[in-house]
Design a protein around this ligand. Structure first.
Ligand code: DGL
Length: 267
């Protein structure tokens, strides 16, 4: 535990590979840091878990992760988890700064011109009290439609591994985000699941009209940067030190290859 704070890794946690969309932004802003990526693929998908069971699972898992990696900061790169467990994690592990990823409802409300916003997320995230509170606190003057998708996180995993995804299946998932009211129509769709930015180009191609697809990854990375200790050396660490851990202990070949493409050694 005598390790300098800046030498300790930044832990990035998700249920699967979606957190990589946050990791890539975090790396741009913090190139001098070491990252440990954790995918709880044994629990994937989180979207349909019962809240109490998911909360206990994640809080219990962090006891081991913190003991093993001694992170300087932990980024919960998952909306489904963050909207549920942030308070419990902070209470259980007060020495670790936690950065959460929650639906970008506030920036959407600030940017919308039509006042019609959709939040595309997992079924878990759309039913959270946390999400409803965000809408009430920051978007009371907008109309916000919550669109819970049962399949998109899995489709994003398949897409990024190189599998073919049917356009019609994706169109059916994003369709409810597009709606009209009093001559206005949706102009912002919040990507409130870290898996979805992997499909952003497909969404753009299939959208019935152009909208702003809001991805909070860069904002999350900026928040993390504001909380870390300065390194002071100005030097980048040895490349190749970043690792990925899958709770199944058994990611398939295409997943390992994907991790390798992100410069993560699967251990
Ligand atoms: N990537 C996760 C999120 O941001 C959830 C995917 C899932 O496990 O259903 O919500």
């Amino acid at each position: 535990m005598s390790e300098k704070a800046a030498d300790r890794p930044i832990l990035v946690f998700d249920s699967g590979i979606g957190g990589l969309t946050v990791l890539r932004e975090a790396r741009v802003l913090m190139p001098d840091r070491r990252f440990v990526y954790i995918a709880d693929d044994a629990g994937f998908p989180y979207g349909e878990w019962e809240e109490a069971a998911l909360c206990s699972r994640i809080v219990a898992m962090f006891a081991g992760l913190i003991a093993e990696h001694n992170p300087q900061i932990a980024i919960i790169a998952c909306n489904t988890a963050s909207t549920l467990v942030l308070d419990d994690l902070r209470a259980a592990y007060p020495a670790v700064p936690f950065v959460g990823t929650v639906p970008a409802i506030k920036p959407a409300a600030e940017r919308t011109s039509s006042g019609l916003v959709s939040v595309l997320a997992t079924p878990g995230t759309v039913k959270r009290a946390y999400t409803r509170d965000l809408i009430q606190s920051f978007a009371a003057r907008c109309h916000v439609r919550l669109v819970g998708s049962q399949n998109l996180a899995r489709m994003a995993e398949e897409h990024i591994r190189g599998d073919h995804i049917d356009d019609e299946a994706i169109r059916a998932e994003i369709g409810p985000c597009f709606y009209e009211r009093s001559d206005q129509r949706t102009d912002i769709v919040v990507l409130a699941c870290t898996h979805y930015p992997f499909l952003a180009n497909v969404f753009r191609r299939l959208a019935p009209w152009p909208v702003d697809w809001l991805d909070p990854a860069e904002a999350i990375a900026r928040r993390a940067l504001s909380l870390i200790e300065p390194d002071g050396t100005g030097t980048e660490p040895e490349h190749g030190d970043d690792i990925a851990i899958f709770t199944s202990g058994n990611p398939d070949f295409s997943t390992r290859r994907l991790m390798q493409g992100f410069g993560l050694a699967t251990v």
